[in-house]
Design a protein around this ligand. Structure first.
Ligand code: 4NP
Length: 158
C-alpha cells in the first residue's frame, strides 16, 4: 500500500517546498520511497513553474537538503482524489483548502505542525518578507514535524 502526502503553503516557494524536500529525504533514508510519495503545492499560482526562493534553497542546503529541483505549482481540486494527507502550513492555507475540498474527501486534511513535538507554534510562519532567522525557524519547525509525520504514517498506514 502506498501513501501520498501533499504539503501546502501560499506560494509553494518557501515553506511547503522545505517540507517536501525534508520529508522526501526522511522517507528516502528510511528506504520507503516506493511506499510514500511526496509533493507540494501553493494555494496561489503566482510562482507556477519556478524553483523555490533562493533564500529557502540556500538555508536548506546548509542542513543537507537539496530543494533546487522542486518547481512550484498551484493546488487543484483533483489533488483531493490523489493525496491521503494534505498538510497546511498555516490556518489561512487550511481555510483555503477546506473551501476547495470535495465533500467526500476521506483523507487527512490538517495543519502540518500537529505532527510536531513542540507546543509553541501551531503554524509555520511565512518567512517571505522577513530576515534569515525566519528561514531558520521554518527549517527547525519542519524538521521536527516531518519526523513526527513519518512515525505517524508508519504507525497508522504502512
Ligand atoms: P510560501 O511563502 O507560502 O511559504 O511559499 C510565500 C511566497 C511568496 C509570497 C508569499 C509567501 N508572495 O507574496 O509572493
Amino acid at each position: 500500500m502506498s501513501v501520498k502526502v501533499l504539503f501546502v503553503c501560499l506560494g509553494n516557494i518557501c515553506r511547503s517546498p522545505t517540507a517536501d524536500g525534508i520529508f522526501q529525504k526522511l522517507v528516502s533514508d528510511a528506504g520507503l520511497t516506493k511506499r510514500i510519495q511526496v509533493d507540494s503545492a501553493g494555494t496561489a499560482n503566482w510562482h507556477q513553474g519556478r524553483a523555490p526562493d533562493a533564500r529557502t534553497v540556500a538555508a536548506a542546503a546548509k542542513r543537507g537538503f537539496d530543494l533546487s529541483v522542486l518547481r512550484a505549482r498551484a493546488v487543484k481540486r483533483s489533488d483531493f482524489d490523489e493525496f491521503d494527507y494534505i498538510l497546511a502550513m498555516d490556518e489561512q492555507n487550511l481555510a483555503d483548502l477546506r473551501s476547495l475540498k470535495p465533500a467526500d474527501y476521506t483523507g487527512h486534511l490538517g495543519l502540518f505542525l500537529a505532527f510536531g513535538s513542540q507546543q509553541q507554534y501551531r503554524e509555520v510562519p511565512d518567512p517571505y518578507h522577513g530576515g534569515s532567522e525566519g528561514f531558520e525557524l521554518v527549517l527547525d519547525l519542519v524538521e521536527d514535524a516531518a519526523a513526527g509525520l513519518l512515525t505517524a504514517i508508519q504507525e497508522n498506514k504502512l
